[in-house]
Design a protein around this ligand. Structure first.
Ligand code: BDR
Ligand code: CA
Length: 316
């Protein structure tokens, strides 16, 4: 399975890379980084670190958009740590980012592998939107796109209504959701069930291997941010769930609806809006996307634990 990853590591982005690395069928042909949890340059350094940890040091890492399309840059070091990896990332990576930008890399790979490449997008959608402007055929060139983003009927996390990846570049997200990709949105209605609780965290901590130690270390920081918010020792595995659903769509069920992004709104900018009334609509509207929900929670958490222990994980 040929995959290009667009990401902003970020603790849960790093764990998503560990998840991919436990799947023998994955052929990761490129990583692009984007502003989001941390600046795009820091995200590239972190991607290189994690790729080296899993033995994927030869996968090219390209830096992409350093800014959203129409708003100031926001980053989230208070969630992910000053270095974006819980301040436990260790030494600098050996590798360097490529000279190509993430947008150039995405367009080039899509043209090289028409109909065979899947995009996993785990950060704000700026690179994907710019790539669409450069190559309007992108929705036909990519086989499928899985986006961690949105909160269509769940509450938001960045604001009361908006999920962070969409909120951090609403204009880009709206372009991508309306472009006609075969697109799955793994939003907060699905990730609400992807919770690493205290028992799961303890099981991970009991395993002694470089990947498990790294995962426990970064998760310690992540949980330290979430625990005061939610009152219990747990955190949400946002990006790993999107990786798992790309590899095995059977882990969730889907509603197919067109989704718009609110671009104005005093309290609602960045909200993903779908018409949930179920009325028949004969007017022309944007293409539907698949909104993941009804997750097989136990199966996902078991696969995730096995992946972080560096065991091979696949669909049964
Ligand atoms: C998303 O926002 C980022 O903070 C996480 O890495 C994830 O991609 C969750 O809303
Ligand atoms: Ca992310």
């Amino acid at each position: 399975m040929r995959i290009v990853l667009d990401t902003d590591p970020g603790i849960d982005d790093a764990l998503a890379i560990l998840y991919l690395a436990a799947q023998p069928e994955v052929d990761l042909v490129g990583v692009g980084t984007v502003h989001g949890n941390v600046p795009a340059d820091t995200a590239a350094e972190n991607a290189l670190r994690v790729l080296e940890l899993v033995g994927w040091g030869d996968v090219p890492v390209a830096i992409g958009a350093r800014m959203p399309m129409a708003q100031p840059l926001r980053t989230y070091e208070y969630v992910h740590g000053d270095d974006g990896l819980g301040n436990v990332a260790g030494p600098k990576p050996h590798g360097k980012p490529t000279a190509e930008s993430a947008v150039e890399q995405l367009v080039r790979l899509a043209r090289q592998h028409p109909g065979e490449l899947d995009l996993l997008a785990l950060g704000p959608l700026t690179n994907v939107a710019v790539a669409l402007l450069v190559e309007p055929e992108l929705p036909k060139l990519l086989r499928k796109v899985v986006v961690m983003g949105g909160a269509v009927w769940a509450p938001g996390n960045a604001t009361a209504h908006a999920e962070a990846n969409i909120y951090n570049d609403p204009e880009a997200a709206d372009l991508v959701l309306g472009a006609g990709f075969d697109l799955t949105l793994v939003g907060l209605e699905a990730t609400a069930h992807a919770i690493a609780n205290a028992t799961w965290l303890d099981e991970l901590a009991a395993h002694d291997s470089p990947r498990a130690r790294f995962a426990s270390g970064v998760l310690g920081h992540y949980v330290g941010f979430y625990q005061p918010l939610v009152g219990v020792r747990q955190c949400t595995l946002y990006d790993p769930l999107a990786a798992a659903i790309l590899l095995d769509p059977g882990l969730a069920a889907y509603r197919e609806l067109p989704v718009h992004v609110e671009l104005r709104g005093t309290h609602t900018r960045g909200t993903t809006v779908a018409d949930l009334r179920g009325y028949r609509d004969t007017e022309a509207q944007r293409p539907a996307v698949k909104i993941a929900a009804e997750l097989d929670e136990a199966e996902f958490l078991d696969r995730m634990l096995r992946a972080l222990r560096a065991e091979t994980v696949g669909a049964p």
